[in-house]
Design a protein around this ligand. Structure first.
Ligand code: GLA
Length: 715
């Protein structure tokens, strides 16, 4: 009560007490960027700017426009897309937040946490805006914590994680869209007045048709090396909304968060609703630096064990699909050992007895080893792998059920679906309703029950092959059905966190029919993800290019397959620019191709892996702009670099200019991964030149025709 009565006085006291807040300004800074906020005379929180580092500045003499309010709320004067909309216990649909206090604490030598507390002027309704500023990486993570102590529940309708305002002449937005097997395709457009929404309404995964990440360039289309550029990525694996609104005064607001679509959330007194984090980074050196910022951040903060080398693996999926038995797998293990891979990954099809998983129509939910295919079980196979010096991994899809399964017959009510509607299957399966505690435990036991008894299994591929189309839960109350979208993802994260905590030595690959879970919400529990089921290297160049804007090479699993029937060298060179793996039946592979694979694996393990997985990426020539794609990776100390050239169409394309080298240092140039017996025809092969000359004059790779490629080392 006293809060309500004495708020203005309390507020002033808090402003003067707040750490470092001698003025009414709040600065959230990283090495090169800052987000500058201030408290207006009306007590509201406004944004001054976000971009190049600026000193803390006092409140402007003129009252700020409401349109620059930093986290605007619906219903009391703000007329554009709000960050927050709530219906209070008494039915009032407006919220009016004012500043109470803020604190900044140092979490470690790279990270500060700023918490800005806001309170409604009338209701005991509180929002804390949180900012983790990662200094060296120039990344700011922002999220909101919402709670209240009103008498009845409050309904939240909108709850953005972040909603900064931009001021420029023009705004250029790049989205990463597509479909299954065609993920992360880049499309740029100029924003015009009005609202542009990029979203998904899929529930169990963030994306199928677009990813929750974007690039925003000011005043001109995004460029690799120049221009004021922002990168945004929402750390959420469920439905998302990215909304860009240009107003009458040509200001842009970018709202990012859980999709409010059908997601109203009844918040009980005392309960805290935490939005997912929105990751922002800024650079005035174009989208290349934006990507490197994300990569540095991911390796330090965003991924599991960012510095740990990712293993070279052989996956049996495209080699066998569901058609395998113990003998076949053991023969694949032999081939894997001979090739020099480090891990064997057993994919879909190893489980189900009453409803054997012999195709995608049956078995999901029945996670017992199929005794016909694998009479001696997983531990036997994992032991066979160990005897051959290989690690062993397993595929799981813990959240799914086929109607043709013993689980579904026992518990049809465990599936997500709508009462009185025919269940709509996709890939013949349904989603399990993780909001039901028993289902969440079941799904966790799928993971724990597979890994726990088999300590030789040290790798997990966690898949999810459909999304929600009938969002109903037999567990949630009728008036709480819309919680499904949010509580599903929270339950999923709980299980993923248990994986990380209980199985710290298990390397984990995130998969969702390809790139459906390419988001930093889930990736913090994983080492890497499967970007696409499309493994044709010529298409893969585009997919990898798109994802590289937000995710470092060590997060992208790239497998060599026979898809597209490209030359094996091309397939190898494309896969080696991320985490190299294989999805091939070695028995059906020619001796020459096997030899090429073995040679590439040795090269990757001995020389390239460290440069690619830990190096800085420079995108040199875009596959969207010309006949080829070129990129290089440079070690942090700039002593080594590796350049990849992928010729996608026939035609001369001139010299390639590497970037990121030390201009003053001398490098020897060497073409690698040549076919056995071949000699490089590149004029610069074997020469030594300084970094400045190499970056200025470039080198002339010998690729001229589609499906040719080159790997060139600077040492
Ligand atoms: C998904 C994955 C594939 C494979 C299959 C198995 O499509 O993306 O890599 O694991 O499921 O059914």
């Amino acid at each position: 009560m006293s809060l309500r009565l004495n708020l203005p006085a309390l507020m002033l006291a808090a402003i003067s007490l707040a750490a470092g807040a001698q003025t009414n300004a709040i600065l959230i800074g990283t090495v090169n960027s800052s987000l500058s906020l201030f408290v207006g005379r009306d007590g509201r929180l406004y944004q001054r700017g976000y971009g190049r580092s600026a000193p803390e500045a006092a409140m402007p003499a003129k009252d700020p426009a409401r349109e620059t309010e930093f986290y605007p709320q619906f219903g009391d004067g703000f007329i554009l897309e709000p960050a927050l909309q709530a219906t209070h216990g008494d039915g009032n649909t407006s919220t009016d937040l004012e500043y109470v206090r803020h604190t900044t604490t140092t979490l470690d030598d790279d990270t500060t946490l700023t918490r800005i507390e806001l309170k409604d002027k009338f209701y005991p309704f509180f929002v804390t805006l949180c900012f983790k500023a990662c200094q060296k990486e120039d990344v700011i993570e922002q999220w909101a914590e919402i709670r209240h102590v009103e008498r009845g529940p409050v309904t939240l309708w909108r709850f953005a994680s972040s909603a900064p305002v931009f001021r420029a002449k023009q705004y250029w937005l790049t989205q990463f869209h597509g479909d299954w097997a065609d993920e992360a395709q880049m499309l740029e457009e100029r924003l015009t007045p009005g609202l542009k929404v990029l979203d998904s309404k899929l529930g169990v995964r963030a994306s199928r048709f677009r990813t929750p990440s974007f690039i925003l360039s000011l005043n001109k289309p995004a460029a690799e090396k120049t221009g004021e550029t922002y990168g945004g990525s929402l750390a959420w694996s469920g439905s998302f909304q990215l909304a860009f609104e240009v107003d009458w005064d040509n200001r842009l607001r970018a709202l990012a968060g859980i999709n409010p679509f059908d997601s109203q959330y009844r918040l009980q007194r005392g309960q805290v609703f935490s939005t997912p984090a929105m990751l922002w980074t800024w650079s005035d050196h174009g989208e290349g630096q934006v990507s490197r910022n994300f990569h540095h951040w991911a390796m330090l903060h965003g991924l599991r064990d960012g510095a740990q080398p990712r293993p070279v693996l052989l996956n049996n999926w495209e080699a066998t699909y569901f058609d395998f038995n113990e003998n076949k797998l053991v023969s694949l293990l032999d081939g894997a050992r001979d090739l020099g891979v480090e891990l064997f990954l057993l994919d879909d099809g190893w489980f189900g007895n009453q409803y054997p998983r012999n195709d995608d129509r049956a078995g999901l939910g029945d996670w017992q080893v199929n005794t016909n295919k694998l009479p001696r079980g997983l531990s036997f196979l994992a032991g066979q792998a160990r005897q051959r010096g290989l690690r062993f991994g397993i595929w799981l899809e813990p959240e799914m059920v086929n109607p043709a399964s013993a689980l579904y017959h026992r518990h049809p009510e465990w599936a997500v679906g709508q009462l009185h509607r025919e269940p709509e299957t996709s890939r013949h399966q349904l989603d399990l309703d993780l909001t039901r505690p028993a289902v969440k435990e079941f799904a966790w036991n799928v993971v724990a029950g597979t890994l726990g008894p088999n300590p030789d299994i040290t790798y997990l591929k966690w898949d999810a092959n459909r999304y929600i189309t009938q969002p109903g839960s037999t567990w949630l109350q009728p008036e709480e059905q819309s919680r499904l979208w949010i509580d599903y993802t929270l339950a999923l994260y709980h299980n993923m966190a248990r994986l990380k905590q209980n199985f710290p030595n298990v390397t984990a690959m995130l998969c969702s029919g390809g790139g459906g879970r390419a988001d930093y919400g889930a990736l913090k529990y994983f080492h890497c993800f499967w970007p696409s089921d499309n493994t044709d290297p010529a298409r893969r160049v585009f997919i990898q290019w798109g994802f590289s804007h937000f995710f470092p090479a060590c997060a992208l699993c790239n497998h060599v397959t026979r898809s597209g029937h490209r030359p094996v060298k091309f397939a190898l060179d494309v896969a080696m620019s991320g985490d190299l793996g294989f999805d091939v039946d070695l028995a059906k592979t020619s001796p020459a191709d096997r030899a090429a694979m073995a040679q590439a694996i040795t090269l990757y393990k001995d020389e390239l892996r460290a440069i690619v997985q830990q190096g800085d990426l420079y995108r040199l020539e875009s596959p969207y702009d010309g006949p080829r794609a070129c990129l290089d990776y440079v070690t942090p100390d700039r002593s080594k670099a590796v350049l990849f050239v992928y010729q996608l169409k026939d035609g001369e394309a001139g010299s390639v200019k590497p970037r990121g080298l030390d201009p003053a240092r001398k490098y020897q140039v060497r073409e690698l991964n040549l076919p056995a017996g071949a000699v490089s025809t590149m004029a610069e092969n074997g020469e030594t030149a300084d970094g400045a000359a190499l970056m200025k004059d470039g080198i002339q790779p010998s690729c001229r025709q589609a499906n040719q490629s080159a790997v060139i080392e600077f040492h």
